[in-house]
Design a protein around this ligand. Structure first.
Ligand code: ADQ
Length: 476
């Protein structure tokens, strides 16, 4: 076991603050507790950055009423924030995931507004701000992550005016008309304005934020800069998140992964075409749309179920939030119906796995798939699209990508699609599968170059470089 406890936290000059710590608790058969680095967008993005900077990470350990002392795991200094069952219900499942998440994703599901959820969001953001203030060294740099913690920058600045504070929003920042629905819109904007640098996935998000601040508070703004009444400059800029492209590629190219990829294809009965979908089970990811499109392609004879298989892998997610339970039932039904209508014994056209897998297995699936289908109705970035590109051998494979994923702004050579348009989706999936090797290679080559040149290290460095040039007393 690599976790080691220390009662008092060491002060850290670099602190990441995120809803979750980057580890999951595992209880061994003998009852002892271990920690394992957890999967997920944020964690996969941050692991390498934390290793280089040897910082501290403030976050919730993942289960209710865990009263943990600070500890280290694989050289990471971890600072647990306690959440009770009711905190999780109101702050996390409620305000974060049933109010902000749908609102920021173009209201693809209706957001719910509850005052007691908001009150708890404020209280928990305070708890995170206090934990960060305790661990950050004098003049340190604190990087706050994502929509669950939008009030932390302002709260932390009040507690520790010496710090440089950055904030990055991993999900889209909504158009101004949608954001205005939020009863606590002014407080959220003020919360974010506590940062010196507010990062977004796309320039559009940064522009929406600056426009809202100008409209609501009449603060002076010039391009990506906002002047606050206390004389600070806040910069709002886009930093499209990336992946550890080299690490993913090396993993995918290993002999063990090659062998596993071959086994996966053999287990699927060696079809001519393997389509793949990989997502957190979330209603923003457009899974029903792509499954329906594939079902129709089989039903109308475009693909023979003897030749084509769709492998859909979905990580269980937010299972206590009602919308997520409904989605899970919808997908179970849809897959069951299509397989029932069009499959034969031992050969269902859709293989659906509701599970989380280690990185090695994900790399093997990416390597095994001829066509990757990424069709979110709205997505901040979508790391899966970039991971697929990084895991390919040479310039093989095809990526079908929704126009509404942030990644579409960079991966312009993907087979771009509007996932609301089922006929369009069908036709793009068929084109991607049947296109010439030469066309596919040309598209993949350009995407690969982009994914390898813009990796996670470069992403973090560019944010941190900008942040260290801004901050208390500096004129941006
Ligand atoms: P997510 O919505 O979680 O992230 P995404 O960017 O696709 O979406 O990241 C998911 C991660 O989980 C990927 O690294 C993927 O490989 C992994 N994963 C998915 N299914 C898995 C499974 N079954 N087993 C194991 N791993 C699995 C949020 C935003 C995105 C943004 C990221 C990072 O919603 O838009 O790209 O943060 O900023």
């Amino acid at each position: 076991m690599s976790a080691e406890r220390h009662r008092t936290s060491k002060k850290a000059s670099f602190v990441v603050v995120a809803n979750r710590l980057p580890v999951d608790r595992v209880v061994n058969p003998d009852g002892s507790v271990d920690w394992r680095t957890s999967p997920g967008g944020l964690v996969s993005a941050f692991e390498p950055v934390m290793r280089t900077h040897r910082g501290a990470w403030v976050g919730w350990p993942g289960s209710a009423d865990d009263d943990l002392e600070p500890f280290t795991h694989n050289d990471l200094q971890l600072e647990p924030v306690h959440l009770s069952a009711e905190d999780i219900e109101f702050y996390y499942e409620g305000f974060s995931n049933a109010t902000l998440w749908p609102l920021y994703h173009d209201v693809v599901a209706p957001p719910t507004y509850h005052r007691e959820w908001w009150d708890r969001y404020v209280a928990i953001n305070h708890r995170f701000a206090e934990a960060s203030a305790r661990v950050a060294a004098e003049d340190g740099l604190v990087w706050v992550q994502d929509y669950q913690l939008q009030l932390v920058p302002q709260m932390l600045r009040q507690l520790r005016p010496d710090l440089r504070i950055g904030f990055f929003l991993h999900i889209p920042f909504p158009p101004t008309e949608l954001f205005q629905q939020l009863p606590w819109r002014g407080q959220i904007l003020q919360g974010l304005l506590g940062a010196d640098l507010v990062g977004f996935q796309l320039p559009g998000g940064a522009q929406n934020f600056v426009r809202l601040v100008r409209q609501r508070f009449s603060y002076e703004t010039r391009r990506d800069r906002i002047r606050t009444p206390d004389g600070r400059t806040v910069v709002a800029r886009a930093y499209p998140i990336a992946i550890d492209s080299t690490g993913m590629h090396e993993l995918a190219m290993s002999d063990a992964t090659a062998q596993r990829a071959a086994e996966i294809r053999a287990d699927l009965e060696d079809p001519k075409i393997v389509f793949l979908g990989v997502d957190r089970l979330d209603y923003t990811k457009g899974m029903p749309e792509r499954i329906r499109a594939f079902g129709e392609l089989i039903a109308d004879g475009t693909f023979d179920p003897e030749d084509a298989v769709f492998l859909q892998v979905a990580t269980p997610s937010r299972e206590r939030v009602e919308q997520y339970r409904l989605l899970r039932d919808d997908i179970d039904r849809l897959v069951g119906r299509i397989n029932g209508d069009t499959g034969r014994l031992g050969r269902p056209p859709i293989i659906y796995l509701h599970n989380s897998y280690p990185r090695e297995e994900m790399a093997a699936m990416f390597r095994a798939a001829d066509v990757m289908v990424v069709t979110p109705l709205r997505d901040g970035m979508n790391l899966v699209a970039k991971e697929y590109v990084a895991c390919r051998e040479g310039d093989t494979g095809a990526l079908v990508l929704s126009e509404f994923a942030g990644a579409a702004k960079e991966l312009r050579q993907a087979y771009l699609v509007n996932p609301h348009d089922i006929d369009g989706l069908k036709s793009v999936m068929a084109t991607a599968a049947n296109d010439s090797t030469r066309n596919k290679a040309r598209r993949m080559r350009i995407m690969r170059r982009h994914v390898f040149e813009h990796d996670i290290d470069r992403w973090a460095e560019s944010f941190l470089d900008d942040l260290s040039r801004l901050g208390p007393g500096t004129e941006a």
